[in-house]
Write a protein that binds this ligand. Structure first.
Ligand code: NAP
Length: 324
């Protein structure tokens, strides 16, 4: 058994990690650090865990753990790592965007590898530190990577994606307040969302020029999941596109190509990304769906942990979709 520590334990991604790690056969949760709930039972914040754990939130850390998960907002992971030191062998998986871009990937002598297993599996297997991808970034990259690799992404790409309210974290804001969010849909940060940087770096990692990405993020009135659509010029047939995607993802355990049009509920509560392809005239429409808290955050973090420690990639991640 390896020992894990979680920082930011009372938040949404922290809660999902606790749920996953409590059921992971190779992991024991050593501590769950919290700035606001130290001393209280984890099951009093994450009430579904009643009867599953007697652990309490902690105000201290154990520097000798095997793996540390940072589930903090932007800027707080680097601040935390400046304040606390961990043993050399401690592997770090950060869920924020502090270390995702190449320019930010080296910190305090450590180099963070971008943790998208469909793209960087062998690097992930060998690294000590992971920058876990963003949720929109995961859905959009998985929708576009096969085209980027095949040098078929030279034209402008139009992307529209809608996310559930858990994407905004546990602290209520004006636009995640029930009265505003319920029965409502709206866009935000048109064409400027912060995930465009990491998406661009991954798509260009094959060495081919890519067209401009026009990304419009939307807020949905549901709690979890991301449905993303992207379309661009594509001269081949639908069969060509399906072959390309099937080949790119032939070894991916969690990314599947669906012949049927897809919807959110088939992936929510799982670590899967489902992708559907549709061709009209010279345009290819790619739809992808993930759970923002699992494949978009804590599930992918556990997938990365499995790869880093040499466990089976899907260990602890055989989950069941909500469906109805
Ligand atoms: N939500 C998603 O769908 C999603 C998806 C992918 C990536 N992410 C990224 O994952 C990170 C965590 O997201 P989240 O949704 O879990 O956020 P969250 O629900 O707001 O949780 C963050 C937790 O961090 C702790 N915290 C807050 N301020 C802090 C500070 N100044 N210093 C130390 N700890 C502090 C708090 O926990 P305590 O009170 O217990 O200390 C808080 O509950 C973010 O960087 C986010 O961008 C989120």
């Amino acid at each position: 058994m390896i020992k894990a520590g979680i920082i930011g334990g009372s938040g949404y991604t922290g809660g999902e990690l606790i749920r996953l790690l409590l059921n992971h056969p190779e992991v024991e949760i050593d501590f769950v650090y919290s700035t606001t709930k130290a001393g209280t039972k984890i099951s009093s914040a994450h009430q579904d865990l009643l009867g599953q754990t007697d652990l309490r939130f902690s105000s201290t850390v154990n520097e000798r753990i095997d793996v540390l998960f940072l589930c903090l907002g932007h800027g707080n992971s680097s601040k935390f790592l400046k304040e606390y030191t961990f043993a050399n062998q401690t592997k770090i998986i950060d869920l924020s965007n502090d270390f995702r871009l190449r320019a930010d990937a080296t910190f305090d002598g450590k180099t963070f590898v971008y943790g998208l297993p469909e793209l960087f599996k062998s690097k992930i297997e060998q690294t000590q530190c992971i920058a876990n991808p963003g949720c929109f970034a995961t859905a959009i990259q998985l929708a576009l990577l096969p085209l980027a690799k095949a040098e078929l992404l030279a034209n402008e790409v139009h992307i529209n994606a809608i996310t559930g309210s858990t994407g905004a974290g546990i602290k209520p804001s004006e636009t995640s307040h029930f009265s505003w969010r319920n029965n409502n849909v709206s866009w935000y940060k048109p064409f400027t969302h912060q995930h465009l940087g990491e998406i661009g770096e991954s798509l260009s990692s094959f060495g081919h020029a890519t067209g401009k990405l026009r990304f419009l993020p939307n807020r949905g009135n549901f709690t979890r999941g991301i449905l993303a659509t992207a379309y661009t010029k594509f001269d081949g047939s639908l069969e060509d596109a399906i072959k390309l995607y099937r080949s790119f993802y032939s070894e991916a355990l969690f990314t599947q190509i669906s012949e049927e049009p897809i919807h959110l509920k088939q992936v929510v509560n799982t670590n899967n990304c489902h992708i559907h392809l549709h061709k009209d005239d010279d345009v290819l429409l790619v739809t992808s769906a993930i759970d923002n808290l699992l494949k978009g955050a804590s599930g992918q973090a556990v997938q990365n942990m499995n790869l880093m420690f040499g466990f089976e990639e899907a260990k602890g991640l055989q989950l069941k979709a909500g469906v109805f």
